[in-house]
Design a protein around this ligand. Structure first.
Ligand SMILES: *Cc1c(COP(=O)(O)O)cnc(C)c1O
Length: 437
């Protein structure tokens, strides 16, 4: 008898255990099969093919509900760009959330979901005239303005009383990847607080008879771990709330709340956020003798990331000089995040355990950077035909997918209570050919 067999609970065992916090709520192992939303991954792969993005509906909805519960009186706005899908937007509408869109295209999905316009906010660091016209035509309740040009353009297009928020860059470093750090000075988002541009934007809005200032907005980045970054944002922006010279009814702190991708990574401290940010806001407003604005938050990733799992089929195992590559039937076309930000993932083999050995999971695309996960432990006998599951793929996966190498984009399959149904179907060759003239 080996030590592992004698001590199955000490972590010496080669039997798989599910990493805590990374997989959808209720995900379990059943003889090494991964059961998500009551549906075995092997069955999902057989029925819908691979790659396949699985989305656990109860996990999405319970995360959304957690924000609503943690922040009574606040407006919780789902960042629609993180998982653009009318069915997901319908869940959000039903659960009392509002919706952020950042283009006419995302707005078209919201329209398909019959999302109430009074609960839609339009964003975008660059909005085209078409985006603005689409927003006005649907009657979105608020537009977040991001440049002086846009204030003038929206002012000319809007009818009387269009509410706007001014996007402020507070100069807060949220200690995240540079590609998603949007709150620091000297990047392309928003009006800097430090230069006085934010206050000037408020003045310009006041100078447009068709616009009305509803509030201030900031979004300091994504994968933000520390509540302190938001507290600091509140402290900085409170000065502008007082300086506006008109009542600021809404203060939108954006999204960016972190989600775990690797074992041991923390989830965002939502209750700490609720407590400390409200405290900071009340204090800063009291000191300045201004009414406390209504708080808005815009979570995307923290609602959907851990609700998603991507299933891939292993096509080949290749041997480099110092590395073993496990090549799968997807790659950077369904997940460009490792190439964009060096994002890391947790991968497991579905169907059996085994002594693990580090391998690099790579995609099928014609780029050396088409890597899905580097140095991840998989059973040493991993081979063609095996099924892999990658955790935490609900946010910015379907959203960022492309057709590189003319590979059709994967479906999104919603699961709940043992039932699976596509909410986005797989892209076919006909879909691809439809655009060519
Ligand atoms: C992307 C974005 C969000 C959502 O960010 P997450 O990291 O997904 O929470 C919220 N607000 C704005 C303005 C954004 O650009």
């Amino acid at each position: 008898m080996t030590l592992a067999e004698l001590l199955p609970s000490t972590g010496c065992s080669a039997e798989p255990v599910l990493e805590a916090g990374l997989w959808p709520d209720g995900t379990r192992l059943d003889a090494s099969d991964l059961v998500i939303g009551g549906v075995p991954a092997t069955r999902l792969a057989a029925r819908f093919g691979t790659p396949c993005q699985v989305l656990d509906e109860p996990t999405v909805r319970s995360r959304a509900a957690a924000f609503v519960r943690a922040l009574p009186g606040a407006e919780v706005v789902f960042a629609g760009k993180s998982l653009p899908c009318p069915e997901v937007y319908r869940w959000m509408a039903a659960d009392g959330l509002s919706l952020d869109v950042s283009s006419a295209g995302e707005l078209a999905l919201a329209r398909a979901a019959v999302f109430p316009a009074r609960r839609i906010i339009m964003h975008g660091n660059v909005k085209t005239a078409e985006d603005l016209k689409a927003a006005l035509a649907y009657g979105v309740s608020r537009v977040v303005v991001d440049s002086f040009d846009e204030i003038a353009q929206l002012g000319a297009l809007a009818r009387h009383g269009q509410e706007v928020m001014v996007r402020v860059t507070p100069g807060v470093d949220a200690h995240t990847h540079a590609a998603v750090a949007t709150g620091v000075d000297d990047q392309k988002f928003g009006f800097p607080l430090a230069s006085g541009a934010a206050l000037e934007a408020v003045r310009r809005v006041a100078g447009q008879p068709s616009l009305r200032l509803a509030g201030l907005h900031c979004h300091i980045g994504s994968q933000v771990r520390h509540v302190a970054s938001y507290e600091e944002t509140v402290r900085r922006v409170a000065g502008l709330v007082a300086a506006c010279g008109t009542r600021v009814e809404q203060l939108d702190l954006g999204g960016g709340f972190c989600a775990p991708y690797l074992p041991g990574e923390p989830s965002f401290d939502l209750f700490g956020f609720a407590h400390r940010v409200r405290g900071a806001l009340n204090y800063e407003c009291a000191v300045r003798r201004v009414p406390v604005p209504r708080l808005l938050v815009e979570p995307g990733r923290s609602i959907v990331a851990n609700a998603g799992v991507t299933l891939y089929r292993v096509c080949a195992v290749k041997y480099g000089v110092n590395r073993t590559f496990v090549a799968v039937d997807g790659g950077m076309s369904d997940n460009p995040r490792p190439a964009l930000y060096g994002a890391k993932y947790t991968v497991r083999l579905v169907g059996r355990g085994g002594r693990p050995r580090p391998v690099t999971v790579v995609g099928r695309h014609c780029e050396a950077g088409d890597v899905l996960a580097e140095d991840v432990p998989l059973p040493a006998d991993v081979h063609a035909g095996d099924l892999l599951a990658v955790a935490a793929t609900g946010a910015y996966h379907h959203a960022l997918a492309s057709n590189y190498n003319q590979v059709g984009r994967p479906p999104v399959i919603a699961v709940r209570d043992g039932v699976a149904r596509p909410v986005v179907r797989r892209e076919t060759e006909e879909d691809l050919l439809r655009r060519y003239v």
